[in-house]
Design a protein around this ligand. Structure first.
Ligand SMILES: Nc1ncnc2c1ncn2[C@@H]1O[C@H](COP(=O)(O)OP(=O)(O)O)[C@@H](O)[C@H]1O
Ligand SMILES: [Mg+2]
Length: 269
């Protein structure tokens, strides 16, 4: 190879070299190509379930346009700024950071491109996480520029893709899988959220269709991590700012999350 080619390749590699987040052993992203499938609900409850395994956990709400963590964890505190670094807000013994801590709730999120990029860089490099086993990153929905920038700026050790069983959601999931594969981010597996409703008669009602997420994981040779039923208590406790895993650790849904947490732990630790 010519010298010129070598240096072009070096420059290219540098550009795509990702910096790991400091202060954590592993960074796990929670992604879904679509919004409203329960990604933030999953990210918060998984973080709490991992904490219950005596691990030290951080939670980065990376949804810049629609942050959820202030509401889901009832945080209305601004993070301290120490020597140019943001100190995460501690809640439920989890180190938390969100764009929502930095802006007023009412402020419309009309960010221009460069501002979004700089926000992502701040999250990746200027937050003082401390001695964590895992940071769980609640990714913004979609496979657009923001996700690309995230995936390029933040070195992720794995990603969990959350979907609901509708065909429309699955189409986007396939795009998401393609994106992470292309970026060489390890896909831990797929989760089927709101997969069925358990009736009083004990029957499972598959309101949004049957087995689509599992089929998609088989099609793309990814692991299927499990299903979470539709349960109104999930939304209720989220709205109260104390997710179900924290409020009702023995609830059937909390047990499902404990299983996801065990799966994640056993892969990395
Ligand atoms: N398993 C579930 N059962 C019932 N409601 C759920 C479940 N998972 C999520 N929800 C509800 O769905 C809505 C969207 O969830 P959210 O986590 O905000 O999605 P996303 O982050 O993907 O946009 C919320 O009102 C949440 O409470
Ligand atoms: Mg969300």
């Amino acid at each position: 190879m010519t010298d010129e080619k070598t240096s072009i390749n070096d420059a290219r590699r540098k550009r795509f070299e990702k910096n790991p987040i400091k202060g954590t052993k592993f960074t796990i992203a929670i992604s879904s190509a679509k919004g409203g499938v329960g990604k933030s609900t999953f990210a918060t409850n998984l973080a709490l379930a991992l904490k219950n395994l005596n691990l030290k956990i951080g939670l980065l709400d990376a949804d810049i346009y629609g942050p959820s963590l202030p509401k889901l964890f009832a945080i209305n505190q601004k993070p301290e700024n120490k020597e140019g670094k943001l100190i995460p807000v501690n809640k439920y013994n989890i180190q938390c950071m969100s764009m929502g801590f930095l802006t007023e709730e009412q402020t419309p999120m009309i960010w221009r491109g460069p501002m979004v990029t700089s926000a992502i860089k701040t999250f990746a490099q200027k937050v003082e996480w401390k001695d964590l086993d895992f940071i769980i990153v609640d990714m913004p929905p979609g496979t657009g520029d923001t996700q690309l920038t995230f995936a390029q700026e933040i070195k992720m050790d794995g990603v969990i893709i959350v979907s609901t069983p509708q065909e429309l959601a699955l189409q986007d999931v396939k795009r998401g899988i393609a994106m992470f594969d292309k970026l060489n981010v390890n896909i831990i597996g797929l989760v089927d959220n709101m997969s069925f409703f358990l009736g009083d008669d004990g029957k499972k009602y598959r309101i949004f269709g049957e087995g689509g997420v599992k089929r998609t994981s088989e099609e793309f040779k990814k692991k299927f991590l499990g299903e979470i039923p539709i349960n109104s208590e999930v939304g209720k406790f989220g709205d109260l700012g104390k997710p179900i895993v924290q409020s009702m650790p023995d609830h059937e849904i909390s047990k499902i999350y404990a299983n996801f947490a065990e799966q994640v732990k056993s892969i990395y630790l």
